[in-house]
Design a protein around this ligand. Sequence first.
Ligand SMILES: NC(=O)C1=CN([C@@H]2O[C@H](COP(=O)(O)OP(=O)(O)OC[C@H]3O[C@@H](n4cnc5c(N)ncnc54)[C@H](OP(=O)(O)O)[C@@H]3O)[C@@H](O)[C@H]2O)C=CC1
Ligand SMILES: O=C(O)C1=N[C@H](C(=O)O)C[C@H](O)C1
Length: 249
Amino acid sequence: MGYAWPMSIEVLLSGATGTIGRALIAFMDGEEHYRLAGTASRDRFFEPDVDADVVIDFSHPSLLEKTLAFAHRRRLPLVIGTTGLSAELAGHIKQAAADIPICQAANFSIGVNLLMRLAGQAAAILGEDFDLEITEVHHRRKIDAPSGTALALGATLAKARGLDIDEASVFDRTRHRIPRSKHEIGYQSIRGGDVVGEHTVHLLGDGERLELTHRASRREVFAQGALLAARKLMQRSAGLVDFADLVLD
Ligand SMILES: NC(=O)C1=CN([C@@H]2O[C@H](COP(=O)(O)OP(=O)(O)OC[C@H]3O[C@@H](n4cnc5c(N)ncnc54)[C@H](OP(=O)(O)O)[C@@H]3O)[C@@H](O)[C@H]2O)C=CC1
Ligand SMILES: O=C(O)C1=N[C@H](C(=O)O)C[C@H](O)C1
């Protein structure tokens, strides 16, 4: 027997006052299949006994920590979009995923998740004669760098090339006056204006180079992706799942 969808999914939104939070609320307003059941932001948290089907978080690591504990305590599925997490918070997410379904992704656009796969394939096929660099551009308000998406792309490239991500990643070329090695993945971040989000994977060879670029022009793509993840997550049991695994397979 198939999964019986509730008429309307009751969503708790952490980071509701932020740009993505507001995009999510605007999107849900025009949709009969979602209802905003409660909100959390810096100065206001969910009512302890509020009823809901799922929690979505696009906020800040300090608010995510509280939201994670809430979802865990209430045994609610959790969609996490916040980036710039510490290793400690990432560990807490893994622990909570032993008891609740969690979908965590640095980017909820379909296009970026396909870019991850294509970039991994390109890096593996072209091999180590092609140097790997990642550039990203975001709006002036963004506080973390490199973007979560750039770091996720780096992890994908490292895996495709059989590199250790910590050893391969180079974030600063100003201190060591030596040529780059074949085993590096470099990152560059640009911040300014109202850029929603752009990521390019550069594969640079001798006499030719390949650039794979994704440009997000509207924040609704992240909102729609997160709601799709929420819907799919409600059918799953406990565990940590990536957005790409939910939507591309
Ligand atoms: N995975 C994805 O697809 C995407 C992820 N993101 C990520 O989502 C997150 C939010 O992005 P965005 O909406 O642009 O950010 P905003 O700065 O616009 O909003 C941040 C939200 O978090 C709250 N917040 C900020 N600082 C704190 C704090 N110190 N303690 C508690 N709460 C806090 C804010 O509450 P208040 O208003 O009360 O200050 C607000 O609700 C970022 O990490 C971003 O990288 C963004 C886009 C897509
Ligand atoms: O802060 C943002 O705006 C974005 N953050 C995510 C990231 O850090 O990768 C995703 C998207 O690029 C927008």
